[in-house]
Ligand binder design. Sequence first.
Ligand code: MN3
Length: 271
Amino acid sequence: MTLDAFNQTSTDPTLTRRAAMGTLGALGLGAVASAAGQPADRPGTGSRRGQRPVPALLTHEELGFDPETGRYALPKLPYSYDALEPSIDAQTMEIHHSKHHQGYVNGLNRALDKLADIRSGTGDAGLIKHWSRELSFHGSGHVNHAIFWQTMAPAGKGGGGEPGGPIARMINRDFGGFDGFKTHFGAASKAVEASGWGWLVYEPTGGRLLVIQGEKQQNLMMTGVVPLLGIDVWEHAYYLKYQNRRAEYVDAFFNIVNWGKVNELLQRAMA
Ligand code: MN3
């Protein structure tokens, strides 16, 4: 039975929640998996049918998730393509969002379809490793970009400056101050081997912040952590403007970090 068919027939909120966890947990990011277990009646997480939970890290809208079909769509940017100039140029933003991110969405939906075919017996079970890998790569690619867009904002209009609130206090505690964080995060992002991401994450058990590197979309990620802020250092994210000068791009990224949104994600992660 597909997730869609399951949702059409099941009225048991426990079962629909389990189905959602099965789908979202497969994305390989602990935040989304853990968030799927949040109670359905939290403020701002209203469900459309039954007691469907909404991921706590990103909303359905932010992730482009349709709970009726179990499929994903490209989420809209919260600003125009030229809004992050000069840190990120408009052409890069348009290609990155409309072509690259769309490709991850398509790949994620396709992997989900192929895995459903395998479950129903119409697919090739010999390709389970291939489609599982595709799910991890494209699913992570989709979630990573959805977080990326949300945690940037035009400079001086929500973007840049120093963080405030809980994230600032945790950065001060765990990195010895904002400068220490910038040094650590910047160095990690600049040193990612080939294509990947620099990430600020929340580690729930220790209740602390960490900086990690991601290679490709999902490799080197750490189990159970919640991503709060990531910089895409694939060449497609900066090459038109910066060519091989990744370090300049990483330095410019700090001018457009939406710390208000990072605080919001931290609060969701800690809820
Ligand atoms: Mn990218």
